[in-house]
Design a protein around this ligand. Sequence first.
Ligand code: ADP
Length: 195
Amino acid sequence: MAVVKRGARLVILGKQGAGKGTQGERLCRHFNTQHLSTGQLFRDSAAVGVPAGLQAKEYMDRGELVPDEIVVDVVKERFSNPAEVQHGFVLDGFPRTANQAEQLDQILGDEHPLDLVIDLDVPTEKAIERLLGRGREDDTRESIRRRLELYESETKPLIDLYRGRGLLVQVDGIGDEDDVFKRLLDAIDAPGEIS
Ligand code: ADP
């Protein structure tokens, strides 16, 4: 298994409320890479009135997935500069469907494949508790229910896909932020083992 170092290309999978955003940012600081959250990109671009962001917001407010074409375009644009790919990244919230995973492979090409995919795991009840506490605009009970349903049907299958490719590590996302981060670093150092 690849030794993950500076410039690593990582994906964080995990259901809503698993802590992908928080831990993703910490991993980026640690590995000196960029954090790319598709949800955050859409929120930022909707806030300044960018058409793709406004279009995405209609789906996000209902807890639906933004259509693949829109999401993939945003990621493609971000990675159109090869330096962005070479310097590494933590992708958070993408890919979220099997089609997005395929498109990501194409965007990265054979030269810069993913180094590791992390599944940050928390039980659903815990995730709901965290999301309701967070109170983001799209964190209504109905939207949360729908997003978790879509996580199960669309995103969870990616765990097996990446496991089959020998890229997956699973990390328990319960506990305080520092403990989870330590677990993540341990898992990254010793991929293949469940921590
Ligand atoms: P959460 O993980 O809590 O849903 P995110 O910020 O990751 O928060 O995503 C917020 C919303 O943005 C999602 O509910 C979805 O509508 C949209 N979104 C983000 N990433 C994607 C993606 N890869 N594919 C489709 N929709 C996405």
